[in-house]
Design a protein around this ligand. Structure first.
Ligand SMILES: NC(=O)c1ccc[n+]([C@@H]2O[C@H](COP(=O)([O-])OP(=O)(O)OC[C@H]3O[C@@H](n4cnc5c(N)ncnc54)[C@H](O)[C@@H]3O)[C@@H](O)[C@H]2O)c1
Length: 252
């Protein structure tokens, strides 16, 4: 059967975490432009996008519980599970405080939000699509980025386990692994590399862009357009996959 209809998210309720950030804000814009009802959350006080916004600090357990209650009210069809933080350090110097921060946001909260959405989808007997933000960093370790790489490997693993557990409920779970995407996170990443590698501010960002096989950093929209595909029925037969959106940085 030919199904070449344009992608349409009308009638779908989409939840975006980390919505204030570069990729999250772009996902909100793309989902809304295609007709979805979009709900957005972040730690930021305000959000200026086409979504109903609630502030939650996902490091805080009370806020995480409140976010779960909000999710049960919203009843999302699509989750864009995107909030995360970055930090650097080798196994010789990356301490447990950094481990706790990164694993709390990037794994613990990510998991809790995914679980709350899955529980809502099952309770409502809704087919759904869960899209988890991994990273090229989740596909191989990096000497200077020990904890962050480990959190993103965990995202890929949870994506596979959740996809297999939820397949009978017609809930698809996939991940996106961005490569180097020009967002506010990169100001922080670049500054950390400047400190660890003795580079000028802006130098690392320029170098990683030039090293991408396609020749430049990606844009938030490059990631959001793949998220649209995963959110839509165009990807109806895909689950448990991790799609690299990285200009060719990771070969799989
Ligand atoms: N930018 C890249 O090059 C890149 C590469 C690989 C993976 N990623 C992943 O893509 C996703 C989005 O990245 P981005 O570049 O847009 O980052 P970003 O820093 O621009 O956005 C992340 C958002 O998460 C929010 N957040 C952080 N801690 C939070 C907390 N405790 N509670 C609630 N919200 C919190 C931030 O406020 C921010 O708005 C992340 O999962 C990131 O790890 C990004």
């Amino acid at each position: 059967m030919l199904n070449a209809a344009p992608t349409d998210l009308t009638g779908k309720t989409c939840l975006v975490t980390g919505a204030f950030g570069g990729i999250g804000a772009s996902a909100v814009e793309h989902f809304a432009a295609l007709g979805a009802d979009v709900y957005a959350t972040d730690i930021a006080d305000n959000f200026d996008g086409p979504a109903e916004y609630r502030r939650f600090d996902l490091m805080d357990d009370t806020a995480l519980t409140e976010c779960g209650t909000w999710i049960a009210d919203i009843k999302p069809d699509v989750l864009f599970n995107n909030a995360a933080i970055f930090d650097m350090g080798t196994v010789l110097d990356a301490d447990l405080a950094s481990f706790d921060r990164l694993f709390t946001v990037n794994v613990r909260s990510f998991y809790a939000v995914m679980q709350a959405c899955a529980q809502s989808m099952v309770a409502e007997a809704k087919p759904g699509s869960i899209i988890n933000l991994a990273s090229q960093a989740g596909h191989r370790g990096e000497a200077l980025v020990a904890h962050y790489c480990a959190t993103k490997a965990a995202v890929i693993s949870y994506t596979q386990s959740a996809a297999l557990a939820l397949a009978d409920h017609k809930i698809r779970v996939n991940a996106i692994s961005p490569g180097v995407i020009d967002t506010p996170m990169w100001e922080h990443v670049d500054a950390q590399f400047a400190k660890f590698e003795g580079k000028e501010i802006g130098q690392k960002k320029r170098e990683v862009g030039e090293a991408v096989p396609l020749g430049h950093m990606g844009s938030p929209s490059d990631v959001a357009r793949v998220a649209v595909f995963l959110a839509s029925d165009q990807s109806a037969y895909m689950t448990a996959q991790t799609i690299c959106v990285d200009g060719g940085n990771v070969l799989r």
